[in-house]
Design a binder for this molecule. Sequence first.
Ligand code: HEM
Length: 454
Amino acid sequence: ISYSGGVPRVGSPGVLGYIQTALKWTIHAEDVIKEGRQQFFGKPFVIPTLFNEMIAVNEDLQLPYTMDEHQLRNPYQARVLRTDVNRAIPSYIPEILDESVLAMNEAFKHSGQEASGVPVFDTMTFLIARISNRVILGKELCRNENFLNAIVRFAETTPLMAPFIQWSPLLLRPLVYFVLSNILGGKKQPLTYIVPYLKRRIKEGQIITEKSGLVSEYLIQNAPADESIEGIAVRLLNINFGSIHTSSIFITQTLFEIALLPAEDIESMRTEVKEALDSEGGWTKGALDKFHKIDSALREIGRYYGLMYFALPRYTMVDCDLGDGLYVPLGHRVAIDMTAIHFDPNIYPDPYRCDVFRFSKLREQNGDDSAKYGFATVDSSYLPFGAGRHACAGRFFAAMELKIMLAHILLEYDISYPPCVNQRPSNATFNGAIIPDTKARIIFKPRGHQDHQS
Ligand code: HEM
């Protein structure tokens, strides 16, 4: 069972073996990867799949249908995130904090009194959609519940529709998208909010926004001359798609871990936040940079749980000679076994322990205050944000937002699992993706004081 180029396939031979391993991959990806590692001793191997992997590469998402064709030719939204938006991050901090305070007040209003708590994943998904859009599209849309429902539904259903479109003959694909999006919800609904909003904002070539420097404003300013308002709106959908589930999975997994920490560890995180805010005079970029423990927790969640069991799906653009008699022919998909790196004891001692303070302790031990151990730092041993030229364009934005949300939660709420729960909720896996328990609940009990809010 080897493919062109001689790269062997994991699992039993034959068609039945293929189907059996592909099914196993769909629900127990980790086992298939372990089997491959044992069978081939660290050499490359092929994983059979029923669907294509669900990571946000253009083809897997069937972008021409689920979003639109034109942004494939010039994906300038990624460039805008890497330049203007990254530079504007310090200016987003007050808005992200303000929206976090308001949105969490509403979301956790009754959580303290109810022994059952709130469903973490769904709550975090809506919070992320609202809080991010405060600086992507502005206050008006981020507080519009119908818009938030539409954008979350879009983010949820796009990866579900894509495989069905991909399996259909080329001619039928528009029809398949039309039918599925009418049932599940596609781009149409969120666009009915974004397009009129942008039209109102762009008057005679001038952009009028409630606050200068919104992500949408940078997208308008940087648009090529022939870009339509609808085109810009779809790029904003793309940015929302890229940010909503990634960030909500990360914050959910982090809360699952933090809720298990002993009281003194929680207190040490709070103290660090308070000291950073005091020494930096409030919620500034400088203060956020000093939240080493929260930052460490996020980085450890990325190492331990990540989003996928593998990283960096890429297509070979030329035949690649692997130097040992194997080669990967042009046009084949390759991916790096991320878990083999993230659980390598030579890189991460005691790798099977999820230690939320792993990286803050390293900072302390090595007296190194640089970004080396920072959540958003990408290197060859840390791959949750991908790597190289296409590494996540929004990771500094995500780090800023998640740190503010977690610091606010720590300062203002006591978090705990409902009394009947005595262990961390387990993850589900689907097609190589790692998904936190979507039903798990946590109680957010207000701590009853409001310091550090200005
Ligand atoms: C914890 C949160 C996030 C995680 C774990 C994450 C993860 C990733 C990964 C794995 C990639 C593919 C990288 C590669 O192929 O090398 C990616 C790409 C991308 N992400 Fe994120 N992401 C997050 C948040 C965000 C946010 C908040 C935004 C937007 C504001 C965003 C926008 C993008 C864009 C535009 C790309 C495509 C970059 C390109 O192709 O050049 N992401 N992200």
